[in-house]
Design a protein around this ligand. Structure first.
Ligand code: ZN
Length: 310
């Protein structure tokens, strides 16, 4: 099975690549805080190695000046890969958030875009049932907006998974050709979820929402989005988190007001990453609620969109 092969590959990489081994070992000792909101939890992880990603300069000028770390020619020799479909290679992410953390990169140095690549996410979720596959848009936390890639992390770590299955925050709004559309409420960030066992109606629904987000977009290469998906009991579960802002004001503040937090899929999935210890110590529930509110749409807005699609 593909996932057995992958698990073997993971172990091999940790055996032969010092940087990865050290960083995965560090992760076992990582500090975590738990914040309990109304019926759900947000974890805060102090992860200094993630400063590369959280504080990455992703404007065109900075991107133009650096060597792309996802292109094969620039990757460290110890970083091997497992081919997936004709286009992709699965790599061990050497700066992990998850106990098992993968980066799935395109063989082409082509921009981070979801429109024609959503189907590949579904395929990945299918062959990697032990993982959640996630996509960070070019202005939504991707540190390589110039090179198409996904990430995957072991299941059972991000609170969003159990918060969806508990049925406490998400409710089904309508079903089309067997694909269900779900709306979240009272969860600090607006989310639209899709669920179903057939690929085609899920892809159709995704594209309808994508076009809708595209209509209200003002700038940038594509509507701002984070997406998380996994396959469970023969059904895909897809969480779409449209974004209205890349980074919160706290990111750009100076002195005590500054918090280096650049929200991406994992943060919005309920594991907030703070690369600086001071931020890890000082961040409050109010800050999290405020930051999610700045970067995400609210419940009502998304409910309206769902009704329009319906
Ligand atoms: Zn590249």
């Amino acid at each position: 099975m593909f996932s057995d092969r992958l698990s073997e590959f993971f172990t091999d990489q940790l055996g032969e690549w010092d940087l990865a081994r050290t960083n995965y070992r560090q992760l076992e000792k990582v500090q975590t805080r738990s914040m309990v909101f109304q019926g759900f939890q947000v974890l805060v992880q102090f992860n200094p190695e993630r400063i590369r990603s959280s504080a990455a300069e992703v404007d065109d000028k900075s991107i133009g000046k650096r060597q792309c770390f996802l292109c094969e020619k620039n990757r460290p020799p110890q970083q091997r890969g497992v081919p997936f479909e004709s286009e992709f290679t699965i790599l061990v992410n050497p700066y992990p958030i998850f106990r098992r953390h993968l980066t799935i990169v395109s063989g082409y140095h082509t921009g981070q875009r979801i429109r024609y690549n959503f189907g590949s996410m579904l395929s990945l979720a299918e062959v990697l049932p032990e993982y959640v596959i996630f996509y960070n848009g070019p202005q939504c936390g991707a540190s390589a907006p110039d090179h198409l890639h996904f990430q995957a992390g072991n299941r059972g770590f991000m609170p969003i998974e159990k918060d969806f299955s508990s049925g406490r925050f998400a409710g089904r709004v309508f079903t089309r050709k067997g694909a269900e559309v779900w709306h979240w409420k009272d969860y600090l960030r607006g989310i639209i979820s899709l669920k179903g066992s057939q690929r085609e109606p899920l892809e159709t629904l995704f594209h309808l929402f994508f076009e809708r987000f595209d209509d209200i977009r003002h700038e940038g290469p594509e509507p701002m989005l984070n997406i998380l998906t996994c396959k469970e009991d023969d059904q895909w579960i897809i969480h779409i988190i449209p974004r209205k802002q890349h980074r919160p004001v706290q990111f750009y503040a100076v002195g005590d007001d500054q918090i280096i937090l650049s929200p991406a899929s994992v943060d919005l999935g309920g594991v907030v990453i703070t690369p600086r210890e001071e931020d890890f110590n000082k961040i409050t529930m109010q800050d999290i609620s405020n930051i999610f509110g700045q970067v995400c749409f609210g419940d009502t807005h998304l409910h309206q969109m769902i009704l329009e699609i319906k």
